[in-house]
Ligand binder design. Structure first.
Ligand code: KG4
Ligand code: ZN
Length: 340
């Protein structure tokens, strides 16, 4: 099977063609991501209206380039998938409507993909991870622990009670003057920082349940920032490292609890999977790898380039759905909110 996937839910205009033949990243026949960094840079964050217009401007070229790179035409495909939510609704509508139009003219099945489900299943594109698995989904808009029992079958164990973890990275980057997108900038700054220098809270650590909270940590970073000496350049690195370590410790604690529940409910389950943009972070991967080892699970994660938003994850989720006969009608409406 070969599926075209389209992703436009935030500030990445992306498309990819994936197949279930072969193994590993060779399953990605072509993959294009057109980021909108320059478009949003003057505003210090993503502006939904600008994103929607940019998707409209870029998407046709991105799809054309992707098909050309794969050496395929529409007639060589088996289906067309697009993110249909959750996300910034203008952008989601651009991608979903384009996919529907292509599906109509080519008479190919259309799959309306939940963006969170795309993150949740991406690991299976490049790695043979069987169901069920425990999933930590950490992105710019979400922070959840789920048991993935199968395609479309998710049991939520915990979620954030305030901010998403990617949002905390982006706000910390802004406070430290590191620019947007914040996650990679904080990770780079932290590489030459001392994670012990600032004593920051470890939100929710030791509390029952599997929920998350990051607003207190954000406030603590703001207060630490306000106390910095202007000539202390190293402090930016140390604060970035201290923040990153606090996040990693908090995520690790929550995952330890979730792993206990997972092993009890799914004794055959073998994997802890981490996905979403923040899963690209090396320090967080290292902390989770230790948690997984102690729980007798293997840590699995998509390659970093497939953690942040991309078309391959949407194409793969579409492929997994099509294999089960889960296709959608062309009047499927884009959804700004769509929990898993
Ligand atoms: O999954 P994603 O691309 O978009 C959403 O669905 O939200 O996630 C984007 C988030 C942003 O908050 C970004 O700062 C964060 O992922 N991120 C990272 C890293 N790369 C991206 N956070 C920490 N470390 C990274 N290396
Ligand atoms: Zn995402």
């Amino acid at each position: 099977m070969r599926i075209l996937g389209i992703e436009t839910s935030c500030d990445e205009t992306a498309a990819a063609v994936v197949t279930d033949a072969g193994a590993g990243s060779a399953r990605i026949l072509a993959h294009t991501v057109r980021a909108q960094l320059a478009e949003h840079a003057p505003y210090g964050g993503v502006v939904p209206e600008i994103a929607a217009r940019a998707h409209l401007d870029f998407l046709d070229d991105v799809i054309r380039a992707t098909l050309a790179a794969a050496g395929l035409g529409l007639g060589d495909l088996d289906g067309i998938a697009a993110t249909a939510g959750p996300g910034l609704i203008g952008g989601v509508m651009v991608g979903a409507t384009t996919a529907k139009a292509l599906s109509l003219v080519s008479r190919l099945p259309f799959m309306a993909v939940n963006h969170l489900e795309a993150h949740a299943l991406t690991v299976r594109l490049t790695d043979d991870v069987p169901f069920p698995y425990l999933l930590l989904l950490i992105s710019g808009g979400h922070c959840q622990l789920l048991i993935v029992e199968g395609v479309g079958r998710y049991v939520r164990l915990g979620t954030t009670i305030d901010d998403a973890v990617g949002e905390a990275f982006d706000k910390t980057a802004k406070l430290l003057g590191l620019g947007h997108p914040g996650g990679p900038a904080v990770e780079r700054a932290a590489a030459s920082g001392d994670p012990e220098r600032f004593s920051l809270p470890r939100p929710m650590v030791g509390r029952p349940g599997c929920d998350f909270s990051f607003s207190g940590l954000k406030t603590a970073v703001r207060q630490a920032c306000a106390g910095l000496a202007p000539d202390d350049g190293q402090a930016i690195h140390d604060l970035a490292a201290s923040f990153q370590q606090a996040v990693a410790d908090s995520l690790a604690d929550r995952c330890r609890r979730a792993a206990d529940i997972f092993r009890e409910r799914c004794p055959g389950g073998r994997h802890l999977v981490v996905a979403g943009g923040v899963a690209a972070n090396g320090a967080i991967r290292a902390a989770l790898s230790a948690v997984a080892a102690r729980a007798g699970l293997a840590l699995a994660a998509p390659p970093p380039a497939l953690c942040t938003d991309n078309g391959a994850m949407v194409a793969w989720a579409g492929l997994e759905r099509l294999r089960l006969g889960l296709v959608d009608p062309l009047d499927f409406a884009a959804r700004p909110r769509w929990p898993l």
